[in-house]
Design a protein around this ligand. Sequence first.
Ligand code: HEC
Length: 107
Amino acid sequence: MKKQIFLLFLVFAWGREDFIDELEYGRKLYENPRGISCQKCHGAKGEGILIATYKSRGKDKKLIAPQINHLSLQTFIEKVNASEGLMPKYYLTDKEIQAIFNFLQSQ
Ligand code: HEC
């Protein structure tokens, strides 16, 4: 019986370690995917950042990288793949995007 509990513990610990590795992988991708950091624009935890303010035709304008840590996985993947506008196109796989998503959820 004791042996079984110990084995169960081992399996649990193992699973947990894989999970942490997975988050670490997501963190690395978020910080430096293909050499352009998501973090620089969206903030350390995906909270969104005001990148710049400028004037256009006499009006104050703001350049904002939106908050991205509250989206569903589906929306997150779609938006990263779409990356229209200012955001660079990354050509990340769905697995890579999911790893980034999981990392942001863990923050
Ligand atoms: C150069 C700055 C910049 C970088 C780097 C960047 N983004 Fe963005 N991102 C933006 C801006 C600005 C938007 C708003 C839409 C637009 O103008 O493209 C955006 C939009 C998004 C959205 C959609 C948010 C919404 O609610 O519509 C997601 C998700 C996202 N980015 C994730 C990422 C991820 C993940 C990375 C790294 C792989 C990344 N971004 C890198 C600037 C950036």
